[in-house]
Every structure is written in structure tokens, then in C-alpha cells.
Design a protein around this ligand. Structure first.
Ligand code: ADQ
Length: 493
């Protein structure tokens, strides 16, 4: 597996000699603390790599490695049951600034989400992106053998697949999943080095997106911008440079049974203390938003719709509270700082306009919540608002459904999310830019009859459980096995 984020983080801690916690390793007078994987994909892939006894290559700070890694920077993980190799690629500050905060998140992220105006093409960023992709590809070449399967994650590695393809045995299968949207040709034409990115991605044997429309747009871009590529729309394959890439849509799900179980296990006093912490009245109708603080997530549009709701319904003042958790991310980038300032000032303005001495309509926090806290909130929230302008999939919407064990919550979901393709017809659909329409759907959610809530939520739960993370993994591996078998049959082995 190749990913930007690492599955385990070792923290070298000289100050606390006896700090406790799972996975702690004492080394003389200091300790190494190991953080276990928590994110959906990382936690989902970890057991797969354990079972395959493979290698996971990821960006990681080498600071703790002196005590735990071998000479090649390889570490055996998980700490309590060493079964696979984690190889960290230690990157300089300049490399991180250019590859991660530069080309990945100042160019590819805004471009793929259609925010062409936010693309910042700084000199050297693409060169660093190439250099880092090369370093990862070199690391793969050291570990890959005939018949290996290499599974690359996401937009940080748009060039690596071709580099890998050129340095591993022909029978090695290279696959990638692109977790964010693929842009229209009109947006993609603004991509610096766009042709190199297409060529890079066509080094894969298999390339996965969440939904059909990203697959179609990718094929559109290849047809438009890559002369010499042969696109087969029916088979969804591209032949280029003597290799064939199959492009598939497999929507990613969440670990639904775990979210369900966490929600059922939440104690009422845990929830009470959370409400006390944020000074929320337990009797109120609760709306919830859970996002990274990112301009693609439609938070200002959500706030505008809540403001409209409050204008239209004075009777709900004091009775309705919207809890928005927004985790700051990529704060080194100006567009993220400006966006954070906008969100915070809008919350303040709306609260000043409608708030009273003992009620704030919007409770805003930038706290990162634990899985248990999140599950408790999901279960309690009367409505969940997921309003990105554009989002590859959106896991929050699915987590909410999986944790709605009482079946009485309402999901308000933007048509700009990949999740909408699967859940849209049973959620309340919104166009986040239509303030009045959005506010009307919030009203419909608040006033929806209990039977209708139950009916919709039951269907949503079936969909989320049927297409959960385990299903997604199995589907990915079925495809990988299929292209792997095709290669062997065609003489790749
Ligand atoms: P993201 O843009 O990060 O993912 P999303 O899919 O919603 O968006 O996942 C966010 C994750 O962070 C969720 O698991 C959520 O629980 C967690 N999270 C967010 N705010 C939190 C908070 N305050 N406290 C605790 N946890 C919080 C990218 C793409 C998506 C795609 C995923 C997976 O942008 O479109 O769905 O990858 O492919």
C-alpha cells in the first residue's frame, strides 16, 4: 500500500518516562508512543495488509525511527503483533511545503473540486511533487516482486503509478483509488502538467473512483488532452503506451457495524457532559454539521440557510440549536485561513443577530471529537446537514446513518456529494447555493413526522450497511484480482 498518511505514528517522548496507553514501548529512560490507525481507510486497510504480510509506504517523520526502524527506515507493525512492514518516507520541510501544501493541495485539490480560481501554481511545486512521487516509486520498486499487488491511494500520487510500472516486474499489478472528484475537461485544462498527470495515472492497471460521473469525466479528459490514447467507453478501458488501464466506479462506504455499535454503547451521561461542555439545552431540536474546515464543504452556505430558517421561524428561537464541529486543516494555505475567518465571523454575526442571554442558535467548535463522542452526537442529532458544494464521496453522511440506531434522524444531503448518488432519494436533497430551497429543506427536516423519519432512515440504513467499508474493500480486491488474472492470461507473468 502506498499512501500519504501513515497507519501508525511513533512519537518519541523523552519527557514522560512512564506515559501509559495502548502500544506504548518503553526504551530505557524514554518511551515511544504508538498511535493506532483511526481514520476510516487507514483502519480498514490495516487488517488487509496484516493478512498479506505486505509493506505500507507512507510519509512519516523519521524522528522516532532511530530506536525502532532498521537501516532502511522499515518498522514492523502493529506494535503488539508485528505482521507487516511500515516504510516511512521522511520528507524535508521544503518537500512537504511543495508536494503536500503545494501541488497536492494548492493545485490538484481545488482543481478537482472545480475551484479553478483557487489554484495556485507556485514555481517548484510540481518539480517537488515529481521528486516525492519518484521517492515513493523507488521504495515500491525495492519491495515489489513478481505477482505483487501495489495499491496506491489518492491524489498525492498522480505520477507514481507510471514510475512504478516502469520499474517493477510486468506481472506486478498496480492499482490506485482516487478519493476526490475528477474534474470536467473545462476545469482540467487549467491543470499545470495535466498531460503528465494523465500519463502517470495510466501507469495503473486499475484506477478507481467513487462514482460513474468521475469515471466519465476522466475518460473525457483522456480523449481531449492525451493524443494517442485509445478510450473504450463500453469496457471503460484506456490503452496507452502499450498498457491498458481499466477505470471503475466503486463508492467507498464506512465501517457501519462499528458506528452502529459505538452509538448503542454511548451512555447518557457521556452525552450530557458533551452538551454541558457546549452549553446546549438537552430539550432542543439539534441540528449537526461535522466537517474538516475546508472551502469545499459548504459551511458558509449552511450558515446562510440556518439564518434564513431563523428569519422565517421566530417561534423556533430558543428551541433549535445547530452544533457545527469544524476541524482546521491545511492551515498553512491562505485560502484555508480566509475560509476559516469567514466561517467564524458568520457564526458570530448570526449569533449576535438572533442569540439571547441563554441561547445561541449556532454552537461552533473546532475540537476534534473522539469516535465515541461523534457516535453519541450522531445518534442524538435530529437532523444532520451535509452540504458540500462538491465532495468526492463524503463519509460523514454515511457515519450519521450508521449511528442513527433509533431510526429517527433526518439526513439533509447536498447533490454535490458522491454520497448523494446512493443516498439522495431517501435523504432531503439540497443545492447548497440555493438559500431559500436549502432553508425549506431544513424546515421539512425539523417538522417531519416520526413515521416518515423512520421510513426514510430504514432505507438509508439498508443502503449504508449494504455498501459498507467491507463491501468496498471486497469490491476493490475483486477488481484487482480480475485485472491481475487478465494480465497473467495475456502473458504478463
Ligand atoms: P474528507 O474530505 O476528509 O475525505 P469525509 O469523507 O467527510 O471528508 O471524511 C471526514 C472524516 O473525518 C470522517 O470520518 C469524520 O468522522 C472525520 N471528522 C470530521 N470532522 C471531525 C471532527 N470534528 N471530529 C472528529 N472527526 C471528524 C476525502 C474526500 C471525501 C471522501 C473521503 C474518503 O474528500 O469525499 O469521502 O476522502 O474517500
Amino acid at each position: 500500500v502506498v499512501s500519504n498518511r501513515q497507519p501508525y505514528r511513533h512519537e518519541y517522548d523523552t519527557a514522560s518516562e512512564d506515559s501509559g496507553g495502548d502500544g506504548d514501548r518503553s526504551t530505557g529512560t524514554s518511551s515511544i508512543t504508538v498511535d493506532e490507525p483511526t481514520g476510516g481507510l487507514t483502519a480498514g486497510l490495516d487488517p488487509v495488509v496484516q493478512a498479506s504480510e505486505g509493506t505500507w509506504i507512507a510519509w512519516g517523520d523519521g524522528e522516532a525511527d532511530f530506536d525502532v526502524a532498521d537501516d532502511d527506515g522499515c518498522i514492523a507493525v502493529p506494535p503488539d503483533d508485528e505482521s507487516y512492514t511500515l516504510q516511512r518516507i521522511d520528507l524535508s520541510e521544503e518537500a512537504v511545503d511543495s508536494y503536500y501544501y503545494g501541488f497536492s493541495n494548492r493545485v490538484l485539490w481545488p482543481l478537482c473540486h472545480g475551484f479553478v480560481d483557487l489554484v495556485e501554481n507556485r514555481s517548484n511545486d510540481f518539480e517537488w511533487y515529481r521528486t516525492v512521487n519518484e521517492r515513493f516509486a523507488d521504495a515500491v520498486a525495492e519491495h515489489a516482486e513478481a505477482d505483487s499487488i501495489v495499491w496506491v491511494q489518492d491524489y498525492h500520487f498522480g505520477l507514481a503509478p507510471r514510475m512504478i510500472r516502469e520499474s517493477v516486474p510486468r506481472s506486478t499489478t498496480v492499482a490506485q483509488f482516487w478519493h476526490i472528484p475528477w474534474p470536467t475537461p473545462a476545469s482540467f485544462q487549467h491543470c499545470p502538467a495535466g498531460r503528465a498527470i494523465l500519463q502517470g495515472l495510466l501507469g495503473n492497471d486499475l484506477l478507481g473512483f467513487h462514482v460513474d460521473r468521475y469515471v466519465e469525466r476522466f475518460l473525457d479528459c483522456v480523449e481531449r488532452y492525451l493524443p494517442g490514447a485509445d478510450v473504450d467507453r463500453t469496457q471503460r478501458t484506456v490503452a496507452y503506451g502499450g498498457e491498458t488501464t481499466r477505470i471503475v466506479a466503486t463508492p467507498m462506504g464506512v465501517d457501519a457495524p462499528t458506528h452502529d455499535g459505538n452509538a448503542r454503547a454511548v451512555e447518557s451521561d457521556q452525552l450530557s457532559s458533551l452538551f454541558d461542555r457546549y452549553d446546549i439545552s438537552r430539550e432542543n431540536v439539534i441540528g449537526l454539521g461535522v466537517d474538516r474546515l475546508d472551502y469545499s464543504k459548504g459551511i458558509p452556505e449552511r450558515l446562510a440557510a440556518i439564518e434564513r430558517l431563523l428569519e422565517r421561524n421566530p417561534g423556533w428561537h430558543g428551541e433549535f440549536t445547530f452544533l457545527q464541529t469544524a476541524t482546521p486543516s491545511r492551515t498553512d494555505i491562505d485560502a484555508y485561513q480566509r475560509h476559516g475567518d469567514l466561517v467564524r465571523s458568520e457564526v458570530t454575526r448570526i449569533n449576535r443577530r438572533f442569540g439571547t442571554d441563554d441561547w445561541e442558535p449556532i454552537v461552533y467548535t473546532e475540537d476534534y471529537l473522539s469516535n465515541e463522542e461523534l457516535s453519541g452526537l450522531y445518534r442524538r442529532a435530529d437532523l444532520m446537514v451535509v452540504s458540500p458544494l462538491v465532495d468526492g464521496m463524503n463519509l460523514v453522511a454515511q457515519e450519521y446513518v450508521a449511528a442513527s440506531v433509533d431510526g429517527d434522524g433526518v439526513l439533509v444531503l447536498s447533490e454535490g456529494t458522491g454520497a448523494h448518488e446512493r443516498l439522495g432519494s431517501h435523504a432531503l436533497t439540497i443545492d447548497p447555493t440555493d438559500v431559500d430551497g436549502f432553508a425549506s429543506q431544513l424546515e421539512a427536516a425539523v417538522t417531519m413526522a416520526p413515521r416518515e423519519r423512520q421510513r426514510r432512515m430504514n432505507t438509508l440504513r439498508n443502503r449504508v450497511f449494504d455498501g459498507d467499508l467491507e463491501w468496498w474493500m471486497e469490491t476493490q480486491f475483486d477488481w484487482i484480482r480480475r485485472v491481475h488474472a487478465d494480465k497473467r492470461r495475456d502473458g504478463g507473468a
